[in-house]
Structures are given as C-alpha cells and as structure tokens.
Design a protein around this ligand. Structure first.
Ligand SMILES: C[S@@+](CC[C@H](N)C(=O)[O-])C[C@H]1O[C@@H](n2cnc3c(N)ncnc32)[C@H](O)[C@@H]1O
Length: 292
C-alpha cells in the first residue's frame, strides 16, 4: 500500500465549503475539501452510508447520490432540507425567537425535553445548533440527548435560512434513507463511489451508541464492493497526540491501495473531555484509505 502524508499535494484542488448546517460529532467540515480532492475524477453514483452532518456530501454536491445513516431524526432533517426548505427555516426561527425572548437555558431545556419525548427532527436541528460545543451526545442506556446548553448566541434565522438555501441546492441530487451501512454498500454498483466515515473505533464509541457498529463487518462489505468494481474511500482513526499514539486497526492486507494522512488540527472531542481547555499538542490526523 502506498502511504502519503498530509504535506504531499492533494491531486485535485477542491473549493472549501465550511457553512455547515448541522453540528455533529466527528463531522468532516474542516477537511471535507481535502478528502474530496482524493476522489476519482469520474464515477457514477456517490454513496455516503454514514451521513451524519454530511460535510463531504455538501462539499462534493454530486448530481446523483444516496446518503444514509441509521439515525432516523437526522435523516428526517435532510429529507426536509431537500423537499421543504422553508419548513426547516420555520422550525429554526420559531425556536430561536422563543429562546431570545425568554430565558435561554430554560428554553433550551424545553426543546431538549420535547426532543427526548418525541425524537422529532425540528428539535434535534435546533439542539445541535445551540448545545455546548456542538457536541450532540446521547446516553447509551436509552438514547437520551444529554448535552447542556452552549454559552454562545445561536445564529440568526436569516443567517440560518441562507445556509438552508445553499444546502438545498447542494443536496438536490441526493436521496436520503435510514439504512444500516451494510444495506447502503450492498446497493453500490460498478462505477459508483462510496465514502465511509464510520463511528471512530477509538474515540466515539459512546457518542452515537456505536455498539451496533462493527469495523470488521464494514471492512468485509468494502471488500465486496472492491470486487464488483465500486471505488471506496474510508476515513478512519489516524494518529493522535501529535503522532505519539498510532491507533492500531486490523485491516486486511491488500484491501486498500493507498493511505493518506490528513491533518485535522486539534481534536474537539478531546477538548470537551478535558473540560473545555485547549490542549497544545492534541493534534489529530485522519487516515483516508482508498481501494483505488
Ligand atoms: C463519524 S459520524 C459521520 C460524520 C459525517 N461524516 C459528518 O461530516 O458529519 C458517523 C455516523 O454513523 C452513523 N452510524 C452509526 N452506526 C451506523 C450503522 N451501523 N450504519 C449506518 N450509520 C451508522 C451515526 O449515526 C453517525 O451519524
């Protein structure tokens, strides 16, 4: 396997797109353009089976795509952004005004309680924009969203609406579905491109209740894709603590042709775990593995 470090020039220059709609743990907003730079120049359908906040999809803005995730309220947000963007703007605006007029924390807790009762996408959308450090965290036992209110003021409804419009354009060719990754990968046809950004095995196991995710199963499904002529790119745990600790992963020999290390800067997750301190030296590199 050919190894490339992040100081090597990416093959294609891709415009950066940082106007994220959702905040999501492990989102690829900052490095999405670097990931896309390593995609093949041509492919049929783009498939993203661990969509989350869809940073790579949004940067790529493909003509034809399938984006999926097992988390239903999240996929419901994306379905609404695609089909009813004005409704999404109203979801945000009504909660924003209630929060600004009333007691900020009380209003946040009310939205959180509503979300935890009903699991509705409108509340989840608002929570992810207003929660502490943008870390939407779910209790493992019962899926309860537990993050407290963040200290910052949420973005204005006008600013949010302009992001909704931009995302609506960027995802206009994408179908969204609630699927396990195995089903999404099974749908990939020869000539398609799959980009996988699974829950990280070393740092995110608790955060999305990732106990249902098995890396081994993903690697098997990627092997199947490669055999039938589907290109696959996989983001996976890289090097942490400025290169002192390399995460060990059992990856079958010959599955990937290239490995690229992308510099992600300081880890948000570590920052939160350390009580909001910024830690010099907590630099994380993301590994991008390519079957082509
Ligand atoms: C690292 S996040 C993806 C982040 C995304 N790239 C972004 O930019 O926001 C991983 C996602 O995988 C989803 N997930 C967890 N287990 C899954 C499974 N078995 N099949 C499909 N999606 C799963 C989680 O809900 C989460 O949204």
């Amino acid at each position: 396997m050919q190894r490339m470090l992040f100081d090597a020039e990416p093959p294609i220059r891709v415009e950066r797109f940082t106007r994220g709609l959702l905040k999501w743990i492990g989102n690829k907003q900052r490095i999405a353009h670097e990931i896309v730079a390593y995609f093949p120049p041509e492919f049929n359908r783009y498939i993203e089976p661990f969509a989350g906040s869809a940073a790579v999809l949004g940067t790529l803005a493909p003509d034809r795509a399938l984006a999926s995730d097992t988390f239903r309220p999240l996929i419901e947000i994306w379905l609404h952004v695609r089909r009813e963007p004005d409704k999404v703007k109203r979801w945000y605006s009504s909660r924003y005004h209630r929060m600004i007029k009333g007691d900020k924390r009380e209003e946040y807790e009310r939205v959180k309680a509503d979300y935890n009762r009903s699991g509705n996408p409108a509340d989840l959308l608002f929570l992810c924009r207003t929660c502490y450090a943008g870390v939407v965290r779910f209790r493992q036992s019962d899926g309860f969203m537990s993050t407290p209110c963040g200290p910052h003021n949420p973005m204005t409804p006008d600013a949010f609406a302009s992001r909704v419009d931009e995302w609506h354009r960027r995802i206009s060719g994408t179908d969204f579905e609630v699927l396990d990754f195995r089903e999404a990968l099974a749908r990939a046809l020869p000539g398609d491109l799959v980009y996988c950004d699974p829950p990280y095995t070393h740092s995110q196991a608790i955060l999305y209740g990732a106990q249902r995710f098995r890396l081994r199963q993903l690697l098997d499904a990627i092997g199947e894709c490669k055999r039938r002529g589907v290109h696959v790119a996989l983001s996976i745990d890289g090097v942490k603590q400025s290169g002192r600790k390399k995460c060990h992963l059992d990856i079958p020999e010959g599955l990937f042709e290239r490995e690229i290390l992308i510099d992600c800067g300081r880890s948000m997750l570590r920052r939160l775990q350390m009580g909001g301190q910024t830690l010099e030296g907590e630099v994380v590199a993301d590994r991008l593995l390519l079957t082509y």
